[in-house]
Design a binder for this molecule. Structure first.
Ligand code: C2O
Length: 428
């Protein structure tokens, strides 16, 4: 494991990565597909909501040993420490370039199980479109009625979210940094759109930009089960959050400008195992999965079956696209976070000099971030906040970013645990 005593705060400059690759164009195929709707749209149809609830209820009633049960499916993502593992339990992938394909395959097979359990042959998983400012409250069908008659309700969430009196804010749902990335994977910070190109790992800290925000921040904001990798998939809101993350992957690809999935054989050839609607294990590589299944569904924001085919540039180009930062000030002593605000001094390591023209970006980075247990909430970071100035993430000039601890708990070691020198850096 990483050394918890060496955390540092650094400020540096870096250039934006530019590449000249052209996005491939794939013709749409005419075929019937399941349409994943936004939860706002989906919730307008009581028959759909009823089928959804019936399916979840049915899955929850199944025995934990049944791979099509709610509990077994949730355990594929993670389990509380000390649990005796069954096949494929605790195999989720965080902080690597497999985050996107693993979770895509996971929700795809879950959706097939749920479709069958729901009794609605057209059922498709809705997604939570929190980019829309009108959809920042926890979707109503997940909080009302707030009792066990509603299988989408989960009491172990931030209570104001369940009450509908508070919701996600614009910081939690910001995908702009992720969408600016033009590489899928990178070995240096920021780790591209999709994370560090390393082996399958339950919890690595080298999150890609979208995994960080909005993915991790939304987990932390909802809190409760969702704030904790081993428990997150037990909360029904997990699945609509992940459908949205999956949708944002497509939207990123559609931006073009060289954005593409990795061509690398170790990405395409990585296999994962899930269970189909009959409870039978299915093992496929990422490439096989993308070829075989992704035309079966589309998001309602997409005009036609989207292009998921594997294409892109070489890893060498990806690595070259990221430039190293100059550290202007740092702090090497650990900073302990708790319930009260903490402020720290940074020691300058270089003169700031005159502002460069054209202006470059300044990053504030936090590295080697560790927690003994999930803190149950996110932390906001400010730079040079004058004393007496109220912290205000929406309007403050001094607000730098939000820190989530999702995917960082020490209890979360997976089967492919890695131990290497790369710091867990988060820059804003
Ligand atoms: Cu495997 Cu949202 O997490």
């Amino acid at each position: 494991m990483r050394n918890p005593s060496r955390r540092s705060l650094l400020v540096g400059t870096a250039c934006t990565a530019i590449t000249g690759a052209i996005a491939p164009h794939w013709p749409a195929r005419a075929q019937t597909v399941y349409v994943r709707q936004s939860i706002a749209e989906f919730s307008k149809d009581p028959a759909k909501v009823d089928a959804y609830r019936a399916g979840v209820r049915r899955m929850k009633s199944r025995d934990v040993d049944d791979p099509t049960s709610w509990a077994y499916q949730a355990n594929i993502h993670g389990v509380p420490s000390g649990t005796t593992l069954k096949p494929e339990w605790r195999t989720c992938d965080h902080g690597t370039w497999y985050f996107f394909p693993w979770h895509r395959m996971y929700i795809y097979w879950f959706e097939r199980i749920l479709r069958r359990a729901s009794g609605d042959p057209t059922f498709a998983l809705p997604y939570w479109d929190y980019s829309d400012p009108d959809q920042r409250l926890l979707p109503r069908i997940f909080r009302e009625p707030a009792n066990s008659s509603n299988p989408l309700y989960e009491p172990n969430r931030r209570s104001s979210f369940n009450a509908g009196t508070a919701g996600l804010d614009s910081e939690d749902v910001d995908h702009s940094a992720a969408f600016r990335q033009t590489v899928f994977a990178s070995t240096s910070f920021p780790y591209g759109f999709g994370g560090y190109p390393r082996s399958h790992s339950h919890t690595a800290d080298t999150f890609g930009e979208l995994e960080w925000s909005p993915h991790n921040l939304v987990h932390g904001a909802i809190g409760g089960l969702m704030g904790n990798v081993p428990l997150a998939a037990r909360d029904p809101i997990f699945w609509v959050h992940h459908a949205n993350i999956d949708r944002l992957w497509n939207r990123w690809l559609a931006l073009g400008g060289g954005r593409a999935n990795p061509t690398n054989a170790s990405w395409r050839g990585q296999s994962f195992t899930f269970f189909n609607q009959r409870g039978l294990a299915v093992t496929e590589t990422v490439q096989q999965f993308l070829n075989r299944h992704t035309d079966e569904y589309r998001y309602d924001t997409e005009p036609a079956p989207a292009a998921f085919a594997v294409a892109g540039r070489s890893e060498a180009t990806e690595a070259a696209a990221v430039t190293a930062a100059t550290i202007l000030a740092r702090r090497d002593q650990p900073v302990e976070l708790g319930a009260r605000p903490v402020s720290v001094q940074l020691a300058p390591t270089a003169s700031l000099g005159e502002p460069p023209t054209p202006p470059r970006r300044l990053f504030v980075g936090l590295s080697k971030i560790r927690s003994k247990a999930p803190p149950g909430s996110n932390f906001d970071v400010y730079l040079n906040l004058p004393s007496g100035t109220p912290p205000d993430p929406d309007n403050s000039l001094y607000f730098v970013g939000r820190l989530s601890f999702f995917g960082r708990s020490e209890q979360e070691h997976g089967r492919a645990h890695h131990d290497d020198e790369s710091p867990s850096v988060r820059a804003f």
